[in-house]
Structures are given as structure tokens and as C-alpha cells.
Design a protein around this ligand. Structure first.
Ligand SMILES: [Zn+2]
Length: 209
């Protein structure tokens, strides 16, 4: 399955913004948040994206909001991804998100995720409080983890166009390596030159922000 460039658009914005005065702080904060994302190995729920394309759009916006700074927007959008994923899995159109979490807690595949589910449920119940970027990261991590348990995958196939000879070839990435900002080296099957994949972005930008 192909996974598009999650960070496209953001990058052009940051590069042009970096030339303007006053944006250094935004860039520095964004760089730090990209490092946190990388550290916590957040794997996007790619199987859910295939089942419901809107979840990929929301997930991308939640990640971008986290990186660029508005944590409350990131959380609301990430919870929409969770809600869609749970609703689809439970085939439940009526319950609210807190009820869906209570329902899904009983599933065998989520038995080790009680802590994460509790954090997510608290975010929903205490909607009125202001959240910071640590909360936003926690929500992204746990939403991703829960959805990857409900929609598991072993590997993803990336199609790469060789930067030297333009040959297209496929490279399989194991689920545990498919985390945002991870850099994976591949070798062109035709000219043997190495090409790099960055999860969430096909060009090397998050790393060089
Ligand atoms: Zn090549």
C-alpha cells in the first residue's frame, strides 16, 4: 500500500516562512516536536486510512497541528480519527465517543491499552480544559496505538522512484519501522544507488527542518 507525503505543504510553508522575521520560534518549536514524534515512534493507522480516506485527511491535519503548535486543534482532530475508527470497527452509529471507548475496552486486542484508553477518555470528558502540546502528543500516540491494534498490519509497501535512474521499485517496511519521521534506506534494483524513505514524507524534510 502506498502512503502519501503526509507533510507536503507544511514544508514549503516553513521554508518560505523561515526567511521572514519572527518565524524562528515557530520553526524551532516545530523542529522540537518533530523530534518528539520520532522518539515516540508514532505509527500512522494506515489500514484505517484505506478503509476510510477521510481519516487520513484528519490524521494528517492532527499531526500538522501538533507540529505547528495549536494543540487543542490537534487533539480535536485526532479524536475525530479515533471516533471514525471505533465507529467503523464496532458498527455503532449511535454511541458517543466516550461510550465507544468504554465498549472497545472489552476487546481482547486492546487488553494491554487500558492506560492509553483512559487518557483518551479523559480528554473527551474534560473537553473544557485547555490542553498543551504534551497532551496533543499523548493523544496522537494513543489514538495511533489503539487504531493500529484494531486495524493491524505487518508491513507496508512503498513505491520509490530512483533519484538517479528514475526506475520505480517497491520496498517493504515492517509495521514497527513505519513510524513518522523514520528514515529508511533502500537500494534501487536497477542502478544499485541508495534512495531514502522518510515515513510521513517522501523527501527528507522533517529531518532537516
Ligand atoms: Zn536507480
Amino acid at each position: 500500500m502506498a502512503f502519501g507525503s503526509l507533510f507536503a505543504g507544511l514544508i514549503g510553508y516553513l521554508i518560505s516562512a523561515s526567511k521572514a522575521r519572527g518565524f524562528e520560534e515557530i520553526i524551532n518549536n516545530a523542529r522540537e516536536r518533530v523530534h518528539y514524534l520520532e522518539y515516540f515512534k508514532v505509527v500512522p493507522p494506515m489500514i484505517l486510512f484505506e478503509k476510510d480516506h477521510l481519516t487520513e485527511t484528519f490524521y494528517k491535519e492532527a499531526v500538522l497541528a501538533y507540529i505547528l503548535g495549536p494543540p487543542n486543534s490537534s487533539i480535536i482532530t485526532a479524536l475525530r480519527v479515533l471516533e471514525k475508527g471505533l465507529r467503523l470497527r464496532l458498527n455503532d452509529e449511535k454511541s458517543n465517543l466516550a461510550q465507544l471507548i468504554d465498549e472497545v475496552k472489552e476487546l481482547r486486542e486492546l487488553k494491554d491499552l487500558a492506560h492509553g484508553l483512559r487518557i483518551l477518555r479523559n480528554q473527551i470528558v474534560h473537553r473544557d480544559k485547555e490542553s498543551d502540546d504534551r497532551d496533543a502528543l499523548e493523544v496522537l500516540r494513543h489514538v495511533s496505538e489503539v487504531l493500529n491494534h484494531l486495524y493491524p498490519f505487518d508491513e507496508v509497501i512503498h513505491t520509490i522512484t530512483c533519484s538517479i535512474c528514475k526506475n520505480k521499485y517497491e520496498h517493504s517496511i515492517k509495521a514497527e519501522e513505519a513510524y513518522l519521521c523514520n528514515i529508511i534506506k533502500t537500494k534501487c534494483k536497477k542502478c544499485r544507488r541508495s534512495n531514502v524513505i522518510i515515513i510521513g514524507k517522501e523527501l527528507g524534510i522533517p529531518k532537516t527542518l
